[in-house]
Design a protein. Sequence first.
Length: 363
Amino acid sequence: MNSTNDQTTSLPITIDSITKTYGIMKVLSDVGLSIKSGEFMTLLGPSGSGKTTLLMVLAGFIRPDQGSVKFGDEEVILKAPHRRGVGMMFQNYALFPHMSVEANIGYPLKIRGEDKATIKSKVNEVLETVQLGGYGGRRISELSGGQRQRIALARAIVFKPRILLMDEPLSALDKNLRELMQLELRTMHEQLGMTTVLVTHDQREALTMSDRIAVLRNGQIAQVDTSEALYNAPNSEFVAAFMGESSFLEVEHKGDFFFFGNQKLMTESIADPQAARHLLVLRPEKLEYLQRGEQDRYNCFEGTVEKILFQGESCLGYVRLLSGELIPVRRNIRESNRTTLPKVGDNVVLGLHPNETRIVTSE
Ligand code: ADP
Ligand code: MG
């Protein structure tokens, strides 16, 4: 699809101080977020954290108690949904099953008053974009789940919206199809360039798709960052636990340093020293089984191997530290020399590189 003739293909979104309450329940609490023009932003959080509510505020279906939403320079908070010009793909935003593919996709153009010939050509164009060229005459009931998702996407983008909003669009698909669609959505975004906001509770989907991710917790934004930064430098126990696997060791802030027991940790990590608790984040794949002589370059944790599980591409070990915690350790089998993988009962020293040593705050 060629959208280069349009003056702008995308708009920045500026969300400021959005609060929404239902009765005494604060569903969104002073939410602020700036989304760049053309950015793929994902709202990620557990069920009930307020993702859908925030997306509905952007779409115009929910009026917040206070706050502002700007598309470009324009305040849209009082604008009706159909006047906001956003494309939408919601899980329950169903296709019309009795209508043809063509009629479904053409619908947003029809209600915008476009003529039949224009509709036909735009529908054919967008069908190519979603790789369903020639499917215009089919009925929705004749299509597979994945094809229906693509038709829903085609309907959302056919009028070349400068903003695309999607709420768990792939959650009904099985894993393989979902991963394929993730790739296609991402490619399509790179081609069309509209500002995109995706809601998901699936952290892997968020990591795969997004330029940046806003993690929501109880109606507030816990952290906004790129996938890599969120994964490698979470700012809180909540974000670390939500993004990927991790275990935690309680550490103490004394002087200018963090200590695990009597052990001073080498780290560049900066965590608010005033916080109630500090935790060291242990990602299974960042821990290594150290050899003799390697130990001075790492933060070290001694323990005994309790379990070794072969998992195909990797090997998952469980190590009981001398301090009592059971810590999962994942090693890639091809990278690690098989002879260096320990056996159950072995005493081992786990190493965590100072650059990978992340301390977070906790309530
Ligand atoms: P998410 O999409 O992250 O799962 P939602 O935005 O749908 O979360 O909901 C956030 C919270 O607001 C939930 O606790 C939900 O029960 C509540 N909620 C959503 N809509 C309403 C409503 N119309 N009336 C009362 N409570 C609501
Ligand atoms: Mg939701």
